[in-house]
Design a binder for this molecule. Structure first.
Ligand SMILES: Cc1cc2nc3c(=O)[nH]c(=O)nc-3n(C[C@H](O)[C@H](O)[C@H](O)COP(=O)(O)OP(=O)(O)OC[C@H]3O[C@@H](n4cnc5c(N)ncnc54)[C@H](O)[C@@H]3O)c2cc1C
Length: 421
């Protein structure tokens, strides 16, 4: 169990590092540790790939030129088929009139049913090049920086010369524990909190012209991760609460006539708040408490009438589509802080002005959709190193916010290792 490079996590960030390192130096002995029985973290979902800066990147760590040149490398590995867009200028002009920006993004979409095949191809390529991909192998938080070892959960330990840690958003706390034990300073003061909207295709027809439209509204609210075709809202399970998310199957699976997307508000917290992550977890637990252990959903019609949704709200009459996620019919007003709800609601009204329809009474709002990728470690260089031998990359370390950005952060850490070899 002695390696030149050990990578914890086989998501796009980990894969980005592994490909770069083995392609530049085939003699490297590299191991990727993955706690699940299948690779590749977030790639395993919908796999919408955004190839336009700053989507997927954390702007404070990246500039457009560098991001673009790394995106070319990402593209070579993921071989995207780009989606066509139409009428963009029309939507952009309408948006600008109400202080909203629609960003035109170069996009590709794989679909949840097809992403496993893409992942298999990537892993096979890595294995053929000599990279060892160790599935069902969970790294513990015990890292001995003197001996350069990582303890595994099964009791073994593994030795590295360089260690790249890429545990993703779900590994947020894992990473914080490592930083605490190694004495690495970090700030954790930004979170994205919002709702997921589910509606009928005819209420959000822009998706026929632009698959995942990125609107930026006033007050740091934006649309995020739009899914259509065969679109589903899902639960993302954490230890004692669930968040909502969404994905879509590939075009081969036909349509279910629904669209879903997130409306997120970025919250930048100031002293004396101790931790954005803790605040987000607190809000998520509150929502799950009110929802009897599940996220909450409410029809727009009920929300406007100032009443909670009930099971009866989800019938075949006026409210004529069934929710695709098993959430608890309830009242968002009890769970979402009012400042956040106000800004989300204002943004929904703007969206309804640009393309009338989204505020149809049948539209469902699910809560909580929260993104906890706001660790800001004290990096010692541009390669996301936190010590001479340890790198923290991907969404968990706040160095990216999407598949392509995560992959690019992996390339950057690999470049740093190659430069200092
Ligand atoms: C439902 C859903 C849909 C999404 N859709 C999109 C999309 O369409 N487009 C987009 O750009 N982004 C999407 N995202 C976000 C995207 O998945 C992430 O931005 C991206 O995957 C981050 O990459 P990462 O490598 O940092 O982390 P991840 O992809 O999360 O990978 C981390 C990996 O590390 C493993 N791991 C964690 N801890 C350990 C440990 N201790 N030992 C061993 N292994 C460990 C995890 O099992 C995981 O496989 C989606 C996310 C979700 C949840």
């Amino acid at each position: 169990m002695n390696y030149d490079i050990v990578i914890i996590g086989s998501g796009p960030a980990g894969l980005g590092s592994a490909f770069k390192l083995i392609e530049e130096n085939p003699s490297f002995k590299i191991a990727i540790l993955e706690k699940e029985k299948i690779c590749s973290g977030g790639l395993l979902n919908d796999c919408k790939q955004n190839y336009t800066f700053p989507i997927g990147f954390t702007e404070e760590y990246w500039n457009e030129n560098e991001a673009n040149s790394l995106l070319e490398e990402v593209e070579k590995h993921l071989s995207p088929t780009f989606l066509k867009k139409i009428n963009i200028e029309k939507y952009q002009n309408r948006s600008l009139k109400i202080k909203t920006k629609l960003v035109n993004i170069k996009q590709a979409h794989v679909g949840t049913d097809k992403s496993p095949a893409l992942i298999r191809t990537l892993i096979e390529k890595l294995e053929k090049s000599g990279v060892e991909v160790l599935l069902k192998t969970e790294a513990s938080e015990n890292i001995n920086t003197k001996l350069r070892t990582v303890e595994l959960k099964d009791g073994r330990s593994i030795t590295y010369k360089k260690l790249i840690i890429a545990p993703g958003r779900k590994g947020f706390s894992y990473l914080q524990n490592i930083m605490n034990s190694l004495g690495i300073k970090y700030i954790d003061n930004t979170v994205d909190i919002g709702i997921r909207i589910e509606t009928k295709l005819e209420c959000y027809p822009i998706v026929k012209d632009y698959y995942d439209p990125k609107f930026y509204f006033p007050n740091k609210v934006r649309t995020f991760c739009t899914n259509s075709g065969h679109a589903l809202v899902t639960k993302e399970k954490y230890q004692d609460f669930s968040l909502v998310n969404g994905h879509a199957l590939s075009t081969d699976r036909g349509e279910n006539g629904l669209v879903n997307f997130a409306m997120l508000k970025t919250i930048g917290l100031e002293s004396p708040v101790r931790s954005g992550q803790q605040m987000a977890v607190f809000l998520a637990r509150l929502a799950n408490e009110i929802g009897g252990g599940k996220p909450i959903m409410q029809r727009i019609g009920d929300f406007r009438a100032g009443k909670r949704s009930r099971i009866e709200s989800f019938n075949d009459d006026l409210y004529d589509f069934k929710p695709t996620c098993s959430a608890c019919a309830g009242d968002l007003g009890l769970a979402v802080p009012s400042k956040i709800m106000r800004d989300l609601w204002s943004s929904l009204k703007i969206l309804d002005t640009i393309m009338p329809g989204i505020l149809h009474p049948s539209t469902i709002m699910y809560y909580p959709e929260i993104k906890m990728y706001a660790n800001k470690p004290n990096f010692i260089n541009k390669g996301f190193a936190v010590t001479e031998d340890i790198y923290l990359i991907g969404d968990g370390a706040g160095s990216s916010r999407g598949i392509t950005g995560a992959w690019a952060s992996g390339i950057r850490s690999a470049n740093d290792i190659l430069k200092n070899r």
